[in-house]
Design a protein around this ligand. Structure first.
Ligand code: NDP
Ligand code: MG
Length: 383
């Protein structure tokens, strides 16, 4: 029985993770769980999965959660300290990190430092502090990606040595605005941006997919997971059937395919290097008829290059990119800035940042805080 800690249980990845647990009660049990604020769904999950320890990040929701769980045999905490306890509980062997944003960093690090294997959906953790995280994890715990592209790369790699990789071919759907003209993109609404063609996900990553910042963040994530020197090429594949590929040094290409369902990479991360039988619908290639590919339009989607520049600059810049993006995406969702204002806010925040080296978690947190304030200031001044 694998004892799981689930961080971000009420989100899209969290709910899919619980579905895997529900379908495999002989393999997995939920030992601990954490959420942000949605205590109603959280309480239902706690009643079903019976964890011993839980935490709600938002302290103003603690009393309501306790009321909802009156009579249940569960220890209830709150705040970041609570999430950290959930992630490092002694009964846990695998932590599924599915919090959104850089808020996932401290609990993910706590999991690694207490020797837990980490199934990582929270890509922002690697974007903001890839070097720190890998330094802690390397040789001590397994760091297994949940992100479908990185899961595909891991599966295609299948134990081959990293030096045999010629390049990683990272696929992306292109999002809802792939075929829009620049003029059309000027007036897109929140509703249109939230309407992803292939995947059903949380709001933040759905907007990241619409700006294609998601592909930029994944490009950084791939560099940390599979080697900073590895060539990573982005290709748009609107059907989201090939989840990514590896070209080896002999020009042979391995691809991983499947219907777009996050439960597949989640289950793989939870059982890695093993696999379990899943009764999800199979891919019907004849019905698909064609799989198509195109170059990304870097001018229409400037966020990809901003992410690549941030990693090339290194030091605190990726943390600044990420924090500015989180603030700008929220401002767009609040209808405070237009869609194209997202890239603009990130670019100016990066431009105004004085980069410095990262030696500790505190360096990352300071850069994150600075960038959030700077991006908010820019957004207030210009809109
Ligand atoms: P959601 O917004 O659906 O869920 C986020 C979860 O994190 C919720 O449970 C939320 O709680 C919780 N949360 C937010 N802030 C905190 C905090 N400070 N402390 C503790 N919990 C918190 O996001 P997704 O599930 O879509 O995405 C999660 C992560 O996985 C992201 O990093 C995303 O990039 C990545 N990912 C997601 C994919 C997907 O298909 N959804 C695919 C690939 C990667 P509450 O709801 O209670 O506020
Ligand atoms: Mg992905």
């Amino acid at each position: 029985m694998k004892m799981i800690s689930l961080l971000g249980s009420t989100g899209s990845i969290g709910v899919n993770t619980l579905d895997i647990v529900r379908r495999n009660p002989d393999r997995f049990a939920v030992a601990t769980m954490a959420t942000g604020s949605d205590v109603e769904l959280f309480a239902q999950q706690v009643k079903e999965f019976k964890p011993a320890l839980i935490s709600v990040f938002n302290p103003s929701k603690l009393a309501e959660l306790k009321e909802l769980l009156k009579g249940e045999d569960v220890e209830i905490l709150s705040g970041e300290a609570g999430t950290v306890k959930v992630a490092s509980h002694p009964d846990v062997s695998l932590v599924v990190s599915a919090i959104v944003g850089s808020a996932g960093l401290v609990p993910s690090l706590a999991a690694i430092q207490s020797g837990k294997d980490l199934a990582l959906a929270n890509k922002e953790t690697l974007v903001v502090a890839g070097e720190l995280v890998l330094r802690e994890a390397r040789g001590k715990v397994n760091l297994i990606p949940i992100d479908s592209e990185h899961s595909a790369i891991l599966q295609a790699l299948n134990g081959e040595k990293q030096e045999r990789i010629k390049k990683i071919i990272l696929t992306g759907s292109g999002g809802p605005f792939r075929t829009f003209s620049r003029e059309q993109m000027e007036n897109v609404t929140v509703k249109e941006a939230l309407n992803h063609p292939n995947w059903s996900m949380g709001a933040k990553i759905t907007i990241d997919s619409a700006t294609m910042m998601n592909k930029g963040l994944e490009w950084i994530e791939a560099k940390w997971l599979f080697g900073l020197d590895t060539c990573v090429e982005i290709i748009v594949h609107p059907q989201s059937i090939i989840h990514s590929m590896i070209e080896f040094v002999d020009t042979s290409i391995m691809a991983q395919l499947g219907i777009p369902d996050m439960r597949v990479p989640i289950a793989y991360a939870m059982t890695y290097p093993d696999r379990i039988k899943c009764d999800f619908p199979s891919l019907d290639l004849a019905a698909m008829k064609q799989l198509t590919f195109e170059e990304p339009d870097y001018e229409k989607f400037p966020c990809i290059k901003l992410a690549q520049e941030a990693l090339q600059t290194g030091q605190t810049m990726p943390a600044v990119l990420n924090a500015a993006n989180e603030v700008a995406v929220q401002a767009f969702l609040d209808e405070a800035i237009p869609f194209q204002g997202i890239a603009e806010a990130i670019r100016t925040t990066m431009h105004n940042h004085k980069c410095h080296a990262i030696d500790s978690l505190e360096d990352v947190q300071n850069a994150d805080r600075w960038a959030r304030e700077e991006a908010k200031k820019l957004i207030t001044v210009t809109h």
